[in-house]
Design a protein around this ligand. Structure first.
Ligand code: SF4
Length: 464
């Protein structure tokens, strides 16, 4: 059964990467190289499923497994909520050696019952980790029994870590939503301008930088899947008129399935960078009008774009002189690998290289257009090589995720976090201004002058 679900997740006609593969490679799945010990440190399938579903803020998320699995992924992102906080409580069955011998089903049922009675969540997601999958706990049956007796949705998420990568876990989470949640409730009302945003997890509050723009156009986000989401909204997401997919590789299967099942057209867009935000707003308006929204939506969208772009550039202007010519090494993935390039180039910075680790063919095409064929593109940069580049002064600033921060700090190079652990929101026009402000603050922080000075004990001899 799980094997079948994984095969389905790997066979995705809407995914550029998948389409470009040979038949044999497609069967091999999304993990391009053979796994090495410790590879799950990059995130296992359970971790991927959890980060994709945990932003459903009024649901409880119970990890059925040893406590370390929960610790591995708990609150690793700053996916913020505008209301309920139950999603941030770490529930786990904390399986021990005795449960491995006797089975963990009873323990799981008791955990579900306790969470349901104590917290009254809108729904409970139960994550299967490696241990219960290996000892053969029938999590589906426990969840079905609990759902019937407790009278709330109890949804098994069957993505134990050993089945594959974090990206696969994201996809399996999407399938769970499709199979068990979407289409199970009806919205109180619908409008011709209802959309779903898919693949945005409201990291650092980025969704909140977009909602006011859509609001001013009269566009309603029926469901955000899953940033700052409520269970009911996702359950009624099938009534939206258009789907916008933010994180293409992970959730495109979800959007394509919704197109097949509910006839909702989808497109892939990005809210990173000024021009990309404008392009995405235009596309939403165009598709909504094509599906019956008032035609003036397009002119209103153009007016909003002209106004917001002008305001954003005016706010960015004071930073241009301070940032012009500064060299950036961009080590991130997906849409950020090019949309941030375009934004940095717009303010006169020089991008010396960008990573294409998780980029789709479309992402790579955009990088070619922006940086030319000769610009440096990196896959995985070995730690030693990254150290050499930064210590040699090839870049003035490294923009990357948390895992590479210590290489930058060791070489006394300014470093800015732009991955999921970030604390600042960088979406839309507002986000772009925030990004420029953060780059400036990081680059010109006085600490760099201090740490680059020779240590007093190295110069003491010279003074004597
Ligand atoms: S689910 Fe498996 S791979 Fe993932 S953290 Fe738990 S034991 Fe490790």
């Amino acid at each position: 059964m799980l094997k079948q679900r994984i095969a389905t997740a790997f066979d995705e006609p809407g995914c550029d990467v998948n389409r470009a593969k040979s038949e044999t490679d497609r069967k091999r799945g999304c993990t391009s190289k053979s796994l090495t010990p410790g590879a799950a440190a990059g995130g296992c399938a359970f971790d991927g499923a959890k980060v994709a579903l945990q932003p459903i803020t009024d649901a409880a998320h119970i990890v059925h497994g040893p406590i370390a699995c929960e610790g591995n992924s708990w609150d690793s992102r700053h996916a913020l909520s505008s209301g309920p906080q139950i999603y941030r409580t770490g529930f786990t069955t904390d399986l021990s050696e005795l449960d491995v011998i006797h089975g963990g089903e009873k323990r799981l049922y008791r955990a579900i019952r306790q969470v349901a009675n104590t917290y009254r969540p809108a729904a409970i997601f139960v994550y299967v980790t490696c241990v219960p999958a290996l000892i053969g706990d029938d999590v589906d049956a426990v969840c079905a029994a609990a759902e019937e007796r407790l009278g709330l949705p109890v949804i098994p998420v069957n993505a134990p870590g050993f089945v594959g990568s974090k990206n696969l876990g994201n996809k399996l989470a999407g399938q769970v939503l499709l199979d068990r949640v979407v289409g199970t409730r009806e919205p109180k009302r619908t409008t011709p301008t209802d959309i779903n945003i898919i693949g945005d997890y409201n990291v650092a509050g980025e969704l909140w930088q977009i909602l006011p723009l859509l609001d001013r156009l009269g566009i309603r986000v029926l469901a955000s899947i899953t940033g700052d989401a409520r269970y009911d909204e996702i359950a009624s997401a099938h009534r939206a008129r258009v789907n916008m997919v933010v994180c293409a590789q992970a959730m495109v299967s979800f959007a394509r399935a919704m197109e097949e099942r509910y006839d909702i057209p989808y497109f892939e867009g990005s809210f990173y960078g000024i021009s990309e935000t404008s392009t995405t707003l235009r596309e939403i308006a165009r598709l909504l009008v094509a599906r019956g929204a008032p035609a003036d939506l397009i002119t209103r969208t153009e007016a909003l774009i002209a106004l917001e772009e002008a305001i954003a550039w005016k706010r960015i202007d004071p930073y241009r002189e301070r940032l012009r010519g500064k060299r950036v090494l961009l080590y991130t993935g997906g849409v950020k690998s090019w949309s941030v390039v375009s934004a940095l180039q717009d303010i006169g910075m020089t991008v010396i290289g960008t990573s294409v680790r998780k980029s789709t063919d479309g992402d790579k095409r955009r990088i070619d257009e922006l940086m030319g064929e000769d610009a440096a593109r990196f896959g995985q940069i070995p730690g030693g090589e990254l150290y050499r580049m930064l210590a040699g002064g090839e870049a003035d600033i490294l923009m990357s995720g948390g895992r590479t921060q210590f290489v930058a700090l060791k070489t006394k190079t300014p470093w800015l976090d732009i991955n999921q652990e970030r604390h600042h929101a960088y979406a839309g026009y507002e986000g772009m201004v925030a990004l420029v402000r953060q780059i400036d603050a990081t680059l010109h922080h006085p600490v760099w002058r201090q740490v680059r000075r020779p240590a007093p004990w190295d110069t003491a001899g010279a003074r004597r």
